[in-house]
Design a protein around this ligand. Structure first.
Ligand SMILES: [Zn+2]
Length: 62
């Protein structure tokens, strides 16, 4: 039996592009949308949900 390749996909909440994972992502994993380059955090893995990760700006204020 050939090895089964499971492609996991989820839609980008920003631009609706489909993001394919080579393997099921981990909860909390951060991925980058290939289309709009936004950073997305995996907030749920079954089903997969992506949310835009908060922008981390290197602005320490003080
Ligand atoms: Zn996107």
């Amino acid at each position: 039996m050939p090895e089964q390749i499971t492609t996991v996909q989820a839609a980008c909440p920003e631009c609706d592009a489909l993001i394919a994972f080579e393997r099921p992502p981990l909860n909390g994993q951060v991925v980058r949308c290939t289309d709009c380059s936004v950073e997305l955090e995996v907030t749920s893995i079954n089903p997969i949900r992506l949310e835009v990760a908060p922008e981390v700006e290197e602005d320490w204020g003080e």
